[in-house]
Unconditional design. Sequence first.
Length: 78
Amino acid sequence: MKELLIALAQGLVDDPSAVRVTVDEPDEKGIVYYHLHVAPDDMGRVIGKQGRIAKAIRIIMKSAAVRANEKISVEIDE
């Protein structure tokens, strides 16, 4: 899952070497939080107009999580 998120983000940004993903342990509900970190200049590219790209990234990740029988949430951090 982490590799999928990294691949998606690196395809969108100008500085792919700055893409990092941190993964939290599952919380009490079993949800795993993925924190996507990109360069400050690339935040707009990852979020998109009105958050459309961020929403698309979350949809792709949740679809992959369903196939893997997991519950996830993607957070986009600076």
